[in-house]
Ligand binder design. Structure first.
Ligand code: MG
Length: 357
C-alpha cells in the first residue's frame, strides 16, 4: 500500500462552553481551531487524524510531513514512527502533531484489517467507566453542585481541577469527600501549579481524604522533585503527562521512583504507537498507565490497555455539559466499525475549512 495524497484542513468554530483552569493558566480561546489530516492511499482506504491548532499544523504538513509521507507504505508504522522522531530532532514538533500522523496511519491499518482499532491493538474490554473531570468553578458550593450533577448523571468517579491555591484546594478536596461519602472515587489534578512545599501540603490533605490519585502537582521537569514527593507521600502520584519523549522519558520517571502511576495518551505521547508503548512499559513494572484526555483516539487506548482504569471526560459549564458518548451509567462504549471511527463528511469539511493543503 502507498500513500498517494496528503491533505490537511483547518476548521474554526466558536467555543460554545468556555473552559476555565486554575490561576495562571489560560482557558479556552473564544474560537476553537482544529486541523484534520487526511492520508489517501492507492488502495482506496483513507486515514484520518486530528490535532488542535491551525497554522502550526499546516506549516508542518506543508514543509515536512507531506514530502516525507508521499509514496510511503502506511502499514510500516514502526518505521514511520522512528522517522518522525528524526523529524522531531530538527523541528521540536508539538507531540500532538506526531499524534495526528500516527493516528491516521493506525486508522488506515485498522480499516485494512476490518477491525475497530482497539481490537487490533489487543482488545481488553468493550466499555469502560468514565470519570468526570471538572474545569475550575468559582466556589466550593458550585463545585459541590457540579459533583451532584455528575453523580445524578451516573458517574462514580470525579476528578477536580481547582484553583491552584494549595490551602483552598486542600479544603475543597476535603469538603467534596465529606459531601459525596466514601464510595465515590475522587482524584485531584494540580495541572503543575505548585512548588514542592505546596505539593507536599496538598498531598497530605488528599491522603487524609482518601483520594485515589494525586496528579501532576508540579511541572514535570525535575525527576528529583517528583522522586522526593513520591517518597514523602502514600497516595499514588500520577505523573509524566506532559513530559516530552514518550516512553524514553517515562522510563526514567519509573526507574527513578518519580511516579507511582504514569500518564499516557495519543496526543502527548506520539500517537497510538507511543501511547501503547508507555502503557506496556508501565505494565512491566505493574504500574498503572492512566489515559489522559478525551476523544475517540483515547477511547480506543482505554479499551486496549489493561493497566488503565478510566476514560477522562471533561465536564464544563453549569448546568454541566456532558460529552455525548457517556451513557447514563457514566460509561463509554467501543466505537463501532473499522478504524478509529471518525465520521468525517469530506465535502462539508472542504467547504468549511478556513485553510487547507
Ligand atoms: Mg492532567
Amino acid at each position: 500500500m502507498k500513500i498517494i495524497g496528503v491533505h490537511a484542513y483547518t476548521v474554526r468554530s466558536k467555543t460554545k462552553v468556555p473552559f476555565v483552569w486554575r490561576k495562571g493558566l489560560i482557558g479556552s480561546d473564544p474560537v476553537t481551531e482544529q486541523t484534520w489530516l487526511r492520508l489517501v492511499t492507492d488502495s482506496g482506504i483513507e486515514g484520518w487524524g486530528r490535532a488542535p491548532r491551525g497554522a502550526i499544523a499546516l506549516d508542518l504538513v506543508a514543509r515536512r510531513l507531506k514530502p516525507w509521507l508521499l509514496g510511503k507504505d502506511p502499514l510500516m508504522k514502526e518505521t514511520l514512527w522512528h522517522e518522525l522522531w528524526e523529524i522531531d530532532r530538527i523541528e521540536e514538533i508539538p507531540m500532538y502533531l506526531m499524534g495526528f500522523v500516527d493516528s491516521a496511519l493506525w486508522d488506515i491499518t485498522a480499516k485494512a484489517a476490518g477491525l475497530p482499532l482497539y481490537q487490533l491493538l489487543g482488545g481488553y474490554r468493550h466499555e469502560i467507566e468514565a470519570y468526570a473531570s471538572t474545569v475550575t468553578y468559582r466556589t466550593t458550593k458550585e463545585f459541590l453542585d457540579v459533583a451532584d450533577q455528575c453523580l445524578a448523571r451516573g458517574f462514580k468517579a470525579i476528578k477536580l481541577h481547582a484553583w491552584g491555591d494549595a490551602r483552598k484546594d486542600a479544603a475543597l478536596c476535603q469538603a467534596l469527600r465529606k459531601h459525596v461519602g466514601p464510595d465515590i472515587a475522587l482524584m485531584y489534578d494540580g495541572s503543575a501549579g505548585f512548588d514542592p512545599y505546596e505539593s507536599l501540603y496538598l498531598g497530605r490533605a488528599l491522603e487524609e481524604a482518601g483520594y485515589l490519585w494525586y496528579e501532576e502537582p508540579m511541572r514535570e521537569f525535575s525527576l528529583n522533585a517528583y522522586r522526593r514527593l513520591c517518597e514523602q507521600l502514600d497516595i499514588p502520584v500520577l505523573a509524566a503527562e506532559t513530559s516530552d519523549g514518550c516512553h524514553y522519558n517515562v522510563a526514567d520517571f519509573i526507574a527513578q521512583g518519580a511516579a507511582d502511576m504514569v500518564r499516557t495518551s495519543y496526543h502527548y505521547k506520539g500517537g497510538i504507537t507511543g501511547g501503547l508503548r508507555v502503557a506496556h512499559l508501565a505494565d512491566s513494572f505493574q504500574l498503572s498507565a492512566e489515559v489522559h484526555g478525551m476523544g475517540v483516539e483515547n477511547i480506543h487506548l482505554c479499551l486496549a490497555i489493561r493497566n488503565n482504569h478510566y476514560y477522562e471526560t471533561l465536564v464544563m459549564g453549569n448546568p454541566v455539559v456532558f460529552e455525548s458518548c457517556i451513557d447514563r451509567h457514566g460509561r463509554v462504549h467501543a466505537p463501532a466499525g473499522p478504524g478509529l471511527g471518525f465520521d468525517v463528511n469530506l465535502p462539508a469539511l472542504e467547504k468549511s475549512a478556513v485553510a487547507r493543503l
